[in-house]
Design a protein around this ligand. Structure first.
Ligand SMILES: [Zn+2]
Length: 221
C-alpha cells in the first residue's frame, strides 16, 4: 500500500501530487470517502511510481562502483568483498564472507544485480512462509520485484511484493518489511490498528522503519 496524506477542501475533483521528498499528497473533496480515495490512488500507482523514480533519479547521486575484486557491497546488513571466480555449489555468502561473481566484465553491475536477486529469491519465500505461519497472515502470492520507490506492497487481493534490494538490509529490517506487508492483509491502511498488528509481531518495528528511512538510499546504490 502506498503511504499518502489526504488534504480535504471544497474542491470538486481529486488531485494527486508527488512531492520532491517522495511524499504523496492527495487533495480531495470533503465528501469523498476514504475508501474511494484509496481506490483512486491505487489506480494511479504506476503513474506515482514513475513520478517518484524520476524525482529520485534527479536527487540521488550514485556512488561510482568500479567492481574491482575486494570492493565492498552490502548483503544482509554487512559489507562483503566481491570475488571473481567459481562459487562453491550452494555457497552461503555470509559464511564464506564474500560475494562470488563469475568474471569481471562490462556487465558486472548486471551480474551483481542477478546475484542479489538470486539471494532474495532463495531467502524471501522461506522467511515469508515462516512469518505467515507465525502470524497466521497468509498472502495469496509472493513476488520479488525491482521496485526502487517502495520496499514492499500488498495488493487488495492479498498478493505481496518485495523489492530484491531489501536483501542488502539487515535481517531484522527485512523481517519488519515482511511483517508490515503481512499486516496489510488484516488492515489495508496505515491506521493505529494497523501499527498495533505490526507491533504485535515485530515489537522493534520503529527502530527498523527508521533504519530504512536513514539507509534506504544506500540500498538503491
Ligand atoms: Zn504499508
Amino acid at each position: 500500500m502506498l503511504d499518502y496524506r489526504v488534504i480535504r477542501s471544497e474542491r470538486k475533483t481529486l488531485a494527486i501530487e508527488v512531492r520532491a521528498n517522495g511524499e504523496i499528497w492527495v487533495r480531495a473533496p470533503r465528501r469523498l470517502t476514504t475508501r474511494i480515495i484509496a481506490e483512486m490512488v491505487a489506480e494511479r500507482t504506476a503513474w506515482i511510481e514513475k513520478k517518484r523514480s524520476e524525482l529520485q533519479a534527479e536527487q540521488v547521486v550514485r556512488p561510482a562502483h568500479t567492481y574491482h575484486e575486494g570492493e565492498m557491497h552490502l548483503y544482509l546488513g554487512q559489507y562483503l568483498p566481491l570475488f571473481y571466480g567459481d562459487a562453491l555449489a550452494s555457497e552461503n555468502p555470509v559464511l564464506s564472507n564474500r560475494i562470488v561473481l563469475g568474471k569481471r566484465s562490462a556487465h558486472t553491475a548486471t551480474s551483481l544485480e542477478h546475484w542479489y536477486r538470486k539471494q532474495a529469491n532463495i531467502l524471501f519465500p522461506v522467511m515469508v512462509n515462516e512469518m505467515a505461519r507465525h502470524t497466521n497472515l497468509i498472502p495469496t502470492r509472493l513476488s520479488i520485484t525491482s521496485a526502487r520507490t517502495r520496499w514492499g506492497s500488498c495488493s487488495a487481493r492479498g498478493a505481496i511484493s518485495l523489492s530484491w534490494r531489501l536483501v542488502m538490509a539487515p535481517i531484522a529490517v527485512i523481517e519488519y518489511v515482511m511483517v508490515h506487508e503481512l499486516a496489510h492483509l488484516r488492515e489495508h491502511n496505515h491506521s493505529a490498528r494497523f501499527w498495533k498488528v505490526v507491533e504485535q509481531f515485530h515489537p522493534q518495528y520503529r527502530e527498523h522503519r527508521e533504519w530504512l528511512k536513514v539507509n534506504g538510499r544506500i540500498l538503491l546504490g
